[in-house]
Design a protein around this ligand. Structure first.
Ligand SMILES: [Zn+2]
Length: 116
């Protein structure tokens, strides 16, 4: 049984404010927002990492993740001004939860600094 926080959310063990959901992806609010809008695009099925995701021959789903990011950015009203997508992979990438996810950040003009 995989028991990271995102699996718990998807299995209903932890409540979250869900912005979007379908069979493949959920979009929720980050509990520690780094921008006025900070959402997380999470595969409904558990993948520990991008490495794990690729091994499962799920490449097509990555394209869908970007389509959903674009749709949700429109839904929450940040698409016109722009936003940033970030995927942290592994320890050096700074991933905190061992379940693949993409950060969607916006709602203000983000600085040029990506690495901190
Ligand atoms: Zn998980």
């Amino acid at each position: 049984m995989i028991d990271d926080v995102f699996c718990k959310i998807i299995h209903g063990e932890i409540k979250s404010e869900t912005v979007y959901k379908d069979d493949d992806f959920w979009v929720i609010h980050d509990i520690n927002p780094q921008a006025p809008v900070h959402l997380l695009i999470i595969p409904a099925k558990h993948f520990t990492s991008l490495e794990d995701f690729m091994e499962g021959n799920n490449n097509g789903l990555l394209g869908k993740a970007l389509v959903i990011a674009h749709k949700v950015a429109h839904d929450v009203g940040i698409a016109e001004k722009g936003y940033r997508l970030i995927l942290n992979e592994g320890e050096y990438g700074g991933k905190l939860v061992p379940h693949l996810h993409i950060h969607l950040l916006g709602g203000k003009k983000l600085g040029p600094k990506i690495v901190g």
